[in-house]
Design a protein around this ligand. Structure first.
Ligand SMILES: O=C(O)CCC(=O)C(=O)O
Length: 291
């Protein structure tokens, strides 16, 4: 597996340039300081969230999220947000808050930023926040709804590794799911030979950086220092992504979870087998092309 640092970083960008160079061709980019005028950039920090939402019970994902046969939507346990923020501020903990919607509980937060003007089609009811401690990992996945994501970093840094969706088979995507069993930090080429043909793009996000992740791009995320970020989602310019996303959100994920509940091990085993078969077919095609 090759990991490059090819993601473009731009200090400022017009809507026209963004659409032509990144949005329409669905190419990742970091438009630095996209939200720099927003009050959120200076106002949002751990003490502020503790003050406004400290009493809220939040769903925590611990390291067992790394296990593959768990739904990635269900948190492992709950704890008061204030206690979680204290733990984050104190030191390295791998607990994460994933797809957290604080705006539901404190709508005034929506006044603290504006959706970027560089594209339209934002799903304005679905901004989400993500918190994590130093060393926490959001395991590689695609976003189920197949929308484009603008991920802005507020506190701490993040290492993000992106993979083009054309590598889905070689990344052993589990059928009916947006996950894979592979670990991109320790690729097991014996078990997953397809990984040798995959190329990822790594980028480090710092305070104020926004990463544009096109629809369906795989992302693996590591927290460098305790921190948090926010995602804003917008519809893909391609109707096939919108249809695919609706199918996944409306049907496939529910079916997958039902089968996981009914027959967890055999279903998981069967999905891994299918993923391997798909990867092997892809490897064969690639080998025929080169030789
Ligand atoms: O920042 C994170 O921890 C995860 C972000 C993510 O997976 C997303 O925005 O889809």
């Amino acid at each position: 597996m090759k990991i490059t640092r090819n993601v473009g970083i731009v200090e400022s960008i017009t809507r026209k340039t963004f659409e032509e160079n990144y949005f329409n061709p669905q190419k990742p980019v970091v438009p630095r300081g996209l939200l720099k005028e927003s009050p959120a950039m200076t106002k949002w920090n751990f003490p502020y969230f503790k003050e406004i939402l400290g009493n809220l019970d939040v769903g925590i994902f611990d390291e067992s999220f790394e296990k593959n046969d768990r739904s990635y939507k269900d948190p492992h346990y709950k704890m008061p947000f204030a206690r979680y923020l204290d733990e984050l501020a104190q030191g390295p903990i791998k607990k994460r808050l994933f797809l957290f919607n604080p705006f539901k509980y404190h709508p005034a937060l929506l006044q603290d930023f504006e959706f970027p003007k560089i594209c339209s089609g934002f799903l304005k009811s679905f901004p989400f926040m993500f918190f994590g401690g130093d060393g926490a990992v959001t395991r590689i996945h695609q976003d189920m709804d197949m929308s484009c994501v603008f991920l802005t970093q507020f506190e701490g840094k993040k290492r993000v590794v992106l993979f083009d969706p054309r590598y889905s088979d070689l990344l052993y995507r589990l059928p009916m799911n947006v996950h894979t069993s592979v670990n991109i930090n320790e690729p097991d080429y014996e078990k997953y030979p397809g990984l040798a043909y995959v190329e990822g793009q790594e980028v480090i996000l710092e305070h104020g950086d926004t990463l544009f992740m096109p629809a369906g791009w795989w992302h693996h995320i590591e927290y460098i220092g305790s921190g948090f970020g926010m995602s804003m989602r917008c519809l893909s310019p391609h109707i096939r992504d919108i249809l695919n996303g609706s199918l996944r959100v409306g049907v496939l994920t529910h079916l997958d979870e039902l089968l996981l509940k009914m027959a967890s091990r055999p279903w998981y085993h069967y999905k891994n087998q299918l993923a391997s078969q798909r990867a092997n077919r892809k490897i064969k095609k690639l080998q025929q092309l080169v030789g």
